[in-house]
Ligand binder design. Structure first.
Ligand code: HSE
Length: 298
């Protein structure tokens, strides 16, 4: 069997709507091989579709079709560590696992950049799929059907405190509340900050991050969909966050925190949330994955 490891991803980073994304040190593992029937199982208790609607299977089939090959059947085993519908790239991880796995099963007919293009085409935007494949902080632009992207390393002076709520928010729903058009002032507000975010994360100029997360494109419209959003933002800044944002389309909230104070930050955050009666949230810290998805023989 082959094994595919795919990192969680956090898209947008506040200001970089549909263009910035970062790979994090939390991984799904997927094992697959061709079979004469469809056999899907999980190593954990997460419930995933075990029929043709399974997203990994569907992505495998897409790649076979691109190659003009028929997929006989598939044995697929999933280990799901990325929580579903929480803004941490769980659906992108499935798409990436499917197309990278299929590419290996077919003898690697596609290059990495072909796979980056195909993954974004399936997902509809590149800001989770590109970092899931490339690792690091990835800036992507879509031009027609092609993705132009670059992955850069992130300063090790900071880590990511991840607040995962006990409820889901589907991307489709979180996109449906956004306006169709924005003013030039708002466009400039965001594009200046997303450029600032990229340069500041790369260079380690951490004092810029609080301004760089500023956003007028999606967060003001989505915060109302996330219970306790304002409280978690406020608390994170009181505890020393360098910049806090809604991860992807939410509902997870991420605070960027200096590496040396991360353990204290998490401990205090847990205590504060308990005191404020915010229950069921998982709080943990993650680093940046710099390798992206890996495929190996198991
Ligand atoms: N850029 C996307 C959004 C990420 O904010 O809708 C969600 O997958």
């Amino acid at each position: 069997m082959i094994r595919i490891q795919v990192p969680a991803t956090s898209a947008n980073l506040g200001s970089g709507f549909d263009s910035l994304g970062i790979a994090l040190t939390l991984y799904n593992q997927i094992w697959m091989e061709e079979d004469d029937r469809l056999d899907i199982s999980c190593k954990d208790s997460v419930v995933v579709p075990t029929d043709e609607s399974n997203l990994i299977y569907w992505a495998v089939k897409q790649l076979y079709q691109e190659c003009g090959r028929k997929l006989p059947g598939l044995k697929l085993i999933q280990e799901n560590n990325i929580p579903l519908a929480r803004g941490l790239g769980s659906s992108s991880a499935c798409i990436v696992a499917g197309i990278l796995g299929a590419n290996r099963l077919l003898g690697n007919p596609f290059s990495r950049s072909d796979l980056v293009n195909l993954a974004a085409k399936i997902e509809g935007h590149p800001d989770n799929t590109s970092p899931a494949i490339e690792g690091g902080l990835v800036v992507s632009a879509m031009e027609g059907e092609r993705i132009y992207s670059v992955s850069v390393p992130v300063s090790d002076k900071l880590q990511f405190a991840v607040f995962i709520p006990p409820f889901e928010l589907k991307t489709e729903m979180a996109r449906s509340v956004l306006p169709e058009t924005y003013s030039r002032t708002d466009a400039v507000y965001n594009l200046s900050r997303s450029a600032l975010m990229t340069a500041s994360l790369f260079s380690g100029k951490l004092e810029n991050l609080r301004v760089a997360v500023g956003d007028r494109i999606h967060q003001p419209y989505r915060s109302g969909l996330i219970d306790h959003c304002d409280t978690v933002f406020r608390m994170s800044y009181e505890l020393g966050s360098l910049g806090t944002y809604i991860s992807g389309s939410g509902p997870t909230i991420i605070a960027m925190v200096p590496t040396e104070s991360m353990k204290d930050f998490i401990a205090h955050a847990e205590t504060h949330m308990k005191e404020k009666g915010i229950s069921g949230w998982q709080v943990r810290f993650l680093g940046v994955d710099s390798e992206g998805a890996q495929v190996s023989l198991d």
